[in-house]
Design a binder for this molecule. Structure first.
Ligand code: HEM
Ligand SMILES: [Cu+2]
Length: 577
């Protein structure tokens, strides 16, 4: 790809002994089976973007059916909703936020030359690629795609054929998920090891950029939460393939579908943070840079995130308040859910205080980050009535939930990712995206996003169940059909805006204005010391040394606006790791 690993700043001291640095590498080693963390990150990013387009198109198709019932069949509706949810979580948010930006940025931000295990890193991407292929094949499985919702609840999933989707479709869907999990686990091992063992001199843990903290904690959460789910998935496959009764219900057998709900949400709630944490990390990097302010309380964010991570293993049953769980344990889970809102409120307050009083530059990256901040507040506040047992009994499985989680997951997967893409675009590609376009993109996205997501709360108040093919089938909802029409129009405009963005994104990779300045935003963290784009092994015959914390902007008593976290020193080739 043009401008991806060109010779910009490509300096390697004479006589170094690195076999296989590019230049001598074939196209395939360089761009396809590359072990360079930046190329792997871009592969994840591009695959995630392509899948986002697919998941978005699916949403538009079933969204049109909601305003114009009969547009697609009932079977197609169920399948598309299922794949939309699964794609957006596992094939968009995770590859872009965790694997994509994590791969591109972690080694640069910690001052390493690559990940700890570059070959494992390459395998991780290609496992992910395979999972994408299997997922797409599963949609065309004879007998139908899996259609039981992204939560894969039995009996919808354990009795394929009888309920939704045929056996092969379901098995392939689970296989795709398993491959995706394996890929993210391999990535997580790299992220954790690289951060713990390969940091530049002087970079102690409390000097790490918050983004790195967030990626590592997200990887740890994923590691600990996915294990029970993998066991559950094997049990589910046994139910489907061998007729066991772990979850499957049949007269005289002991199968318990609620067991799946426990295993799923023990994973599922931390999973939401696996994508939320990196998104928050992006917002802190972007907000500090463009408001020229240090993070209001660095330790506050780190400790709040650790607390939220631990608590995230204790809230799962708030997804099961209406599944017949014991009222006393429901109360307990209600309390932990309210508790977990404390660290997040703290993080958002710190984010607000970081911006307050800063001299803000309203770049596209900042606008996206700022809008994400506001939207998270709506998402967080609307989560409270769902965490309290009493109100959740009414709101459960209504469009109120659809509204709530789109205010969180769309903000994570789309607004925050795009903030990160605008911010690091010059570093990744050595070119820029037009700033006027970026601002228009931010405003239009904000307007159409709210147009499609906010009315869902009203449908929820009216008692509109989610996952329904058509509101017209329920008499009491007929008068709200215009709300569905408004939401569909907004959603179409929202997607159209993103398609224009994608066009500009790809155009700018190849033909955007060249950015030769390594640090165009005057940012402090280490990645901005490397050339744009950084060469293979990042630092050539230099190595970064860290001298201070990551966010020294406009410090009292200093006349400079920012002080980079470290500097590059020349080294002899033997000293390179
Ligand atoms: C173009 C933007 C989007 C539109 C128009 C859209 C629309 C919808 C609608 C209408 C539903 C509910 C369907 C029903 O209950 O019958 C839904 C479900 C869902 N959406 Fe989105 N969505 C969009 C983007 C996203 C994003 C970015 C994410 C996450 C990263 C996401 C995650 C989900 C999930 C997890 C479900 C639940 C699926 C299920 O019930 O199994 N959506 N979406
Ligand atoms: Cu939860």
């Amino acid at each position: 790809m043009n401008g991806m690993t060109t010779a910009v700043g490509h300096e390697h001291g004479a006589g170094h002994g690195h076999g296989g640095e590019h230049g001598t590498e074939s196209f395939i080693r360089r761009y396809i089976f590359s072990t360079d963390h930046k190329t792997i990150g871009k592969q994840y990013l591009l695959t995630g973007i392509i899948m986002a387009t697919l998941g978005g198109l699916f949403a538009i198709v079933f969204r049109i059916n909601l305003s114009n019932p009969g547009f697609i069949s009932h079977e197609q509706y169920n399948a598309l909703v299922t794949y939309h949810g699964a794609i957006m979580f596992f094939w968009v948010a995770m590859p872009i936020l965790l694997a994509g930006l994590g791969n591109i940025l972690i080694p640069l931000m910690v001052g390493a030359r690559d990940m700890a295990f570059p070959t494992l890193n390459m395998i991780s991407y290609w496992t992910f690629f395979l999972s994408t292929v299997v997922l797409i094949i599963s949609m065309f499985a004879p007998g139908g795609a899996f259609s039981g919702g992204w939560t894969v609840y039995p009996p919808l999933s354990s009795d394929p054929g009888k309920f939704l989707g045929a056996e092969l479709g379901t098995v392939l869907f689970l296989l795709a998920l398993a491959l995706e999990f394996a890929s993210m686990l391999m990535g997580g091992v790299n992220f954790i090891t690289t951060t713990l063992t390969m940091r530049a001199k002087g970079l102690n843990l409390m000097r790490l950029p918050i983004f790195v903290w967030m990626e590592v904690m997200a990887s740890l959460l994923f590691l600990f939460s996915v294990t029970p789910l993998i066991a559950g998935a094997v049990m589910l496959l046994l139910d489907i393939a061998l007729g066991t009764h772990f979850f499957r219900v049949e007269a005289g057998k002991v199968g318990d579908p609620i067991l799946w709900q426990h295993l799923f949400w023990f994973f599922g709630h931390p999973e939401v943070y696996v994508i939320l944490f990196p998104a928050l990390g992006i917002l802190f990097e972007v907000i500090t840079t463009y408001s020229r302010r240090p993070v209001f309380s660095y330790k506050g964010v780190v400790y709040a995130t650790i607390a939220a991570g631990i608590l995230s293993f204790m809230v799962w049953a708030h997804h099961q308040f209406v599944a017949g769980i014991n009222p006393i344990s429901a109360m307990a889970f209600s309390v932990t859910t309210v508790l977990i809102s404390v660290p997040f409120s703290m993080t958002l307050v710190i984010m607000g205080l970081t911006m307050a009083g800063g001299s803000i530059r309203f770049t596209p990256a900042f606008l996206f980050a700022f809008f994400a901040f506001i939207m998270f507040i709506i998402g967080g506040l609307t989560g409270l009535p769902l965490g309290a047992v009493g109100s959740d009994i009414y709101f459960h499985d209504t469009y109120f939930v659809v509204g709530h989680f789109h205010y969180t997951v769309f903000t994570i997967a789309v607004l925050s990712s795009i903030a990160g893409i605008y911010h690091w675009f010059p570093k990744m590609f050595g070119r820029t995206i037009n700033e006027k376009f970026g601002k228009a993109h931010a405003w239009l996205t904000l307007i159409f996003y709210n147009g499609f997501a906010f009315p869902a709360f009203f449908l929820g108040f009216a008692g509109h169940p989610r996952r329904y093919y058509s509101a017209l089938e329920l008499g009491y909802l007929q008068k709200y059909q215009w709300i569905h029409e408004l939401m569909t129009i907004s959603a179409i405009l929202l997607l159209a805006t993103q398609l224009v963005f994608l066009f500009v994104f790809f155009y700018s990779i190849f033909a955007g204005k060249e950015e030769t300045e390594p640090n165009p935003w005057k940012s402090t963290t280490l990645e901005w010391l490397a050339p744009s784009p950084p060469p293979h092994l990042n630092w050539g015959s230099f190595a970064p040394i860290v001298e201070r914390g990551p966010y020294e902007y406009a410090k009292d008593g200093r006349d400079v606006d920012f002080i980079p976290q470290g500097k590059l020193v020349r080294i002899r080739s033997q000293e390179r790791r």
